[in-house]
Ligand binder design. Structure first.
Ligand SMILES: [Zn+2]
Length: 114
């Protein structure tokens, strides 16, 4: 596994908010890049070189950052569920007059669905 040439601490999935990670069983594991807020599939244990914008020329500062998937998919799903419940409780006192619109799945999930 290549090292992070800039010697930054690795992104630990257990330390990221669960909604910035995707570890659904049967799908590639993804993380939301903290530098450019895009979903990336780590390769060889880290984020590949990538640009801040898809058509940009500026390299994302998080290129080459190591990513440690230090949770199992099951542990991640549990933490995602707990976070969703907590968010639901925070919104509990608000009066809602109509149903919430469905939340769109991340773009990378749409691309895989046929
Ligand atoms: Zn990035």
């Amino acid at each position: 596994m290549p090292r992070d040439l800039m010697r930054r601490p690795p992104l630990r999935v257990s330390a990221l908010p669960p909604n910035q990670v995707s570890m659904y069983p049967g799908e590639p594991r993804m993380v939301l890049c903290p530098g450019c807020q895009r979903w990336l599939k780590p390769h060889d244990g880290g984020l590949r070189r990538h640009m801040v914008a898809a058509d940009g020329r500026d390299m994302c500062a998080e290129s080459g950052r190591r990513v440690w998937f230090d949770l199992t998919a099951a542990e991640w799903l549990i933490s995602l569920d707990v976070a969703a419940r907590e968010a639901g409780q925070r919104r509990g006192s608000r009066i809602r007059r109509k149903a919430s619109p469905p939340v769109a799945p991340p773009v990378f999930r749409l691309a895989g669905a046929r």
